[in-house]
Design a binder for this molecule. Structure first.
Ligand code: FE
Length: 341
């Protein structure tokens, strides 16, 4: 007699049962982050404000986070890995740490060359040439290839050849010019070193400004950060240097990214996808540009950063970012053989 009402209730109960844990899950998002920029705090805070999803963040070095995710395996609480440089994202991807994400929002907002089936770029930075205006003429340093010319002997300062920023540049060169040409370039570069590689991009810029060397390669956000600095020594540095967009008459300036992906065993998958979609929103894109001096990937996002805007426009390498990642390991071998430590 009471069969019908019970049967009618079952689907409702099942739906309720299914909805409850899902809702509980979606209240939280666990992010492993190897981005180390103060200004990212606003990104996370505004996501929570907009969605009610609380973020637990674990900050660490990329290799430590990757190791941790591997060790945690299926029990990993991590939903998202966010980091910088395609070379690093590729390491995580090649270890199978990410899961594919299909999202119409991400597909429409992130250009095809700046995403892969598993991870997405949310900001870009260019790797440019920085030279001392007294020591060198602009015409001498128009391309990456120029830095290996015998005329620049003793003039080059650059960070380690094992650093992802340089590995990604090497990977782009291999993709465009082939391995042999890239190796010859790396050997020429090493032969031009003013000193053994040490420090980060900012240290190289300072060494160039101080006349310790004539030229280096740097990511753009380090330059913009210095341009925005009110410290007199930073202003002196900026005044002593010139910035060149390399390879404007060939394949363009190498561009890298910061990016993120949803992890394979993410317990809060829906919240994780929501977070990636949020990173592609105009608001979040603005934070990348205004906070960390990177360019937004979304065309409609506005940049209210006059120093970044002052860099102007340039011809960027159009190699899809996922392609770049394929030759990164090869780049390390090439640099090792060339003695770029
Ligand atoms: Fe950096």
């Amino acid at each position: 007699m009471h069969r019908r009402p019970i049967l009618a209730l079952v689907p409702a109960l099942l739906a309720a049962a299914a909805a409850l844990p899902a809702q509980a899950q979606d209240k939280v998002l666990n992010i492993y982050s190897a981005r180390h920029y103060q200004t990212d705090e606003a990104l996370y805070a505004n996501f929570t404000k907009a969605t009610g999803i609380r973020i637990n963040r674990l900050d660490g070095r990329e290799d430590e986070l990757v190791e941790r995710i591997r060790n945690e395996g299926t029990a990993s609480p991590a939903d998202i890995l966010i980091t910088v440089d395609a070379a690093r994202l590729e390491v995580a991807d090649s270890l199978g740490l990410f899961q594919p994400v299909k999202s119409p929002v991400l597909e429409s907002r992130v250009p095809a060359t700046l995403r892969t089936p598993t991870w997405f770029a949310f900001s870009t930075r260019a790797r440019v040439i920085v030279y001392n205006k007294v020591a060198l003429k602009r015409e001498q340093v128009q391309s990456y290839a120029d830095l290996a010319a015998p005329a620049l002997k003793g003039q080059v300062c650059v960070r380690s050849g094992s650093h992802p920023y340089n590995l990604s540049l090497g990977a782009a060169m291999i993709a465009h010019d082939g391995e042999a040409k890239t190796e010859a370039w790396a050997k020429g570069l090493v032969a031009n070193f003013a000193r053994a590689p040490k420090g980060g991009d900012t240290d190289q810029i300072k060494a160039v400004a101080a006349g310790e060397c004539g030229v280096t390669i740097s990511n753009t956000y380090y330059l913009v950060r210095m341009m925005r600095s009110t410290k007199p020594e930073d202003q002196q540095t900026v005044n002593a240097i010139g910035i060149v967009w390399p390879n404007q008459s060939s394949w363009g300036t190498h561009v890298n990214v910061s990016g993120a992906g949803v992890l394979k065993h993410a317990p809060n998958r829906d919240a994780a996808v929501k977070f990636l979609e949020y990173l592609a929103s105009d608001e979040a894109q603005g934070y990348f540009a205004n906070g960390n001096n990177e360019w937004p990937v979304v065309k409609t996002a506005t940049v209210a950063n006059k120093e970044l805007a002052a860099l102007g426009s340039f011809k960027a390498d159009q190699l899809p970012i996922g392609e770049l990642a394929k030759t990164t390991t090869q780049a390390q071998k090439v640099f090792d053989r060339a003695g770029w430590k």
